[in-house]
Design a protein around this ligand. Structure first.
Ligand code: GLA
Length: 347
């Protein structure tokens, strides 16, 4: 029994999901697959092929191996949801790049839950799977994340964008702007501060919402009130409110050039207001934006390293990526094209 789930790349709506806002991700071609079978023993046994790591655990004691905590989290969340899985042999194989902001963890969680749903015939819809996956990430992997990644892995496909209201979970599947193609480049810089800074930004947003007297920054209707907030809360709120507006503009069937402008504006705001960019991401984005066949480019994911996404003229993405990397790469700094995937990583 084997199932798979994709990673995701977010096109617009960064750091909005934990503010009850709007996001616009799409699935990437790379997937994680999970195979399960009952082992008749007392322990779960997990093997991650690409990491060449194994782990064993019982339901009562969390594994020490980080990769296994995602699987453990899914089993525990499912148990709280009323189904206790018997001990299983679990085999993971993943083509989703790890640690670059393309949601390899959400892909693993969603693939695990899909495999459990299939093996045990569970009545779980795709939204329930995303919710359980988010619970696993928050409670067992220690990241106080929003729901974008898990919803994207569970519901998005590679040909469309998933427009999601993270408060109501209402969503629409929309076509990518006509005659465009997605390019994702890893900056080669590890996201070392991502977890601590992510939680810090989240706390700042909550503080800003409280001072503004709203449940979440999504509810801010009086832009002038933001300007009275103390710094850095003012900059943080400016980002979230403007980013939500950018998503709402992007889903009004605009053309590729206008969509690209919104991506460029998103990067500026992430850099200047939200302060989650770094020098290398700014450089990559600048190189991408200087290409005539690029409509727009920005950092994607939580920031502090990881990947950039660009909206390109269809058929041009790989050539653009190679040109940009010619300029970006140095002996000490190696970026790489992640989407479109190379022929090797599609096998
Ligand atoms: C990470 C989190 C998401 C989201 C993004 C930033 O990927 O897991 O929930 O907050 O960062 O947009």
């Amino acid at each position: 029994m084997s199932t798979e789930a994709p990673g995701r790349v977010n096109l617009l709506g960064e750091h909005t999901d934990y503010n009850d806002g709007y996001v616009l991700p799409t699935a990437i071609p790379q997937t994680t697959s999970v195979s399960l079978r009952e082992n008749g023993g007392k322990q779960f046994s997990v093997y991650a092929a690409e990491l060449a790591q194994a782990a064993k655990f019982a339901m009562e004691s969390a594994p020490h191996e980080h990769f296994a905590s995602y699987v453990y989290g899914c089993l525990r969340e499912l148990r709280d949801h009323s189904f206790e899985a018997p001990p299983l042999d679990i085999y993971i194989s993943s083509r989703v790049p790890i640690g670059v902001g393309l949601s390899s963890s959400a892909a693993l969680e969603v693939a695990t839950l899909r495999a459990l749903r299939q093996l045990f015939n569970l009545t779980l819809d795709d939204v329930a799977i995303a919710q359980l996956a988010q619970g696993a990430e928050i409670r067992y992997a220690g990241v106080n994340c929003g729901i974008m990644d898990q919803m994207a892995s569970s519901l998005a496909d590679t040909r469309s964008m998933l427009f999601l209201d993270t408060r109501t979970l209402q969503r629409r599947v929309l076509a990518l702007p006509a005659r465009t193609e997605i390019l994702v480049i890893d900056s080669g810089v590890a996201r070392s501060l991502a977890a601590s800074k992510y939680n810090e930004r989240r706390a700042e947003c909550e503080q800003a919402a409280q001072l503004l007297g709203v449940k979440a920054l999504r509810d801010v209707s009086n832009a002038a009130a933001i300007e009275k907030l103390p710094q850095p809360l003012r900059r943080r709120a400016r980002h979230v409110v403007s980013e939500n507006n950018r998503v709402l503009r992007a889903v009004e069937s605009i053309d590729a050039a206008s969509f690209g402008q919104l991506m460029n504006a998103s990067h500026r705001s992430l850099r200047d207001n939200y302060e989650v960019s770094i020098r290398q991401l700014d450089r990559l984005v600048e190189l991408l934006q200087s290409q005539s066949a690029v409509h727009g480019a920005r950092l994607t994911g939580a920031g502090f390293g990881g990947a950039c996404v660009a909206l390109c003229v269809e058929g041009e993405a790989r050539a653009i990526g190679e040109r940009v990397l010619d300029e970006y790469n140095t002996a000490a700094q190696q970026g790489r094209i992640l989407v479109p995937p190379s022929i090797d990583s599609r096998v």
